[in-house]
Ligand binder design. Sequence first.
Ligand SMILES: Nc1ncnc2c1ncn2[C@@H]1O[C@H](COP(=O)(O)OP(=O)(O)O)[C@@H](O)[C@H]1O
Ligand SMILES: Nc1ccn([C@@H]2O[C@H](COP(=O)(O)O)[C@@H](O)[C@H]2O)c(=O)n1
Length: 201
Amino acid sequence: MLIIGIAGGTGSGKTTVVNQIIKQLPTDEVCVISQDSYYNETDNLPYEERAKINFDHPRAIDFDLIIRHLKALRAGNNINQPVYSFVTHNRTKDTIKTHPRKVIIVEGILIFNNKELRDLFDIKIFVHAETDERLIRRLKRDITERGRDIDEVLSRYQTTLKPMHQQFIEPTKNFADLIIPNDRFNTVAIDIVRTVINERL
Ligand SMILES: Nc1ncnc2c1ncn2[C@@H]1O[C@H](COP(=O)(O)OP(=O)(O)O)[C@@H](O)[C@H]1O
Ligand SMILES: Nc1ccn([C@@H]2O[C@H](COP(=O)(O)O)[C@@H](O)[C@H]2O)c(=O)n1
């Protein structure tokens, strides 16, 4: 089994890179775990309070559950991966049954911030894009896909995204085995990662 961690700031292109990597791989050989699915359950809070959560701070993430799930997959067991809604800012009642595969990819902004989780990765990749590029992508994506408006994205950017990125995400680039520059689509880097994976399959 090969466990690959893919970190990077919001909008750097982690999800896109993962989709490109797995596109030509057999579906029964690879599974993906997204850190976004593991935001803390906040059923006890009303929507207005949930919307105020600092989602870019490590304490917003249920690391215990990700680690438990990753260890379960590594041991050959199925997991029920939570499903998160960016519209309600909460986990939904659904889960996705995820089966252990030869290659497990974990992606998320803060996955290298937690030592126990970081130590589970055989390969650590950091996707890098310039700050302005990430903000532009985030604006477009959150408005079209995550039910946000321009004021919400910009205010979150100023209050939490930017400072949390500098404090908790950017420094974890130092843990990476490989940094993928992703201001433009980087097909060479994707091919290299695919080659490494294919060697293991
Ligand atoms: N290299 C790239 N060039 C231009 N747009 C990109 C690139 N990579 C990703 N995007 C776009 O940027 C947005 C954010 O990408 P996404 O993969 O969701 O980032 P992340 O998972 O790191 O937050 C998406 O709309 C995606 O289509
Ligand atoms: N309810 C939420 C939860 C998280 N976010 C933002 O998502 C970003 C991480 O996801 P990426 O796919 O962009 O890596 C993070 O920066 C959080 O601010 C949110 O907006 N709402």
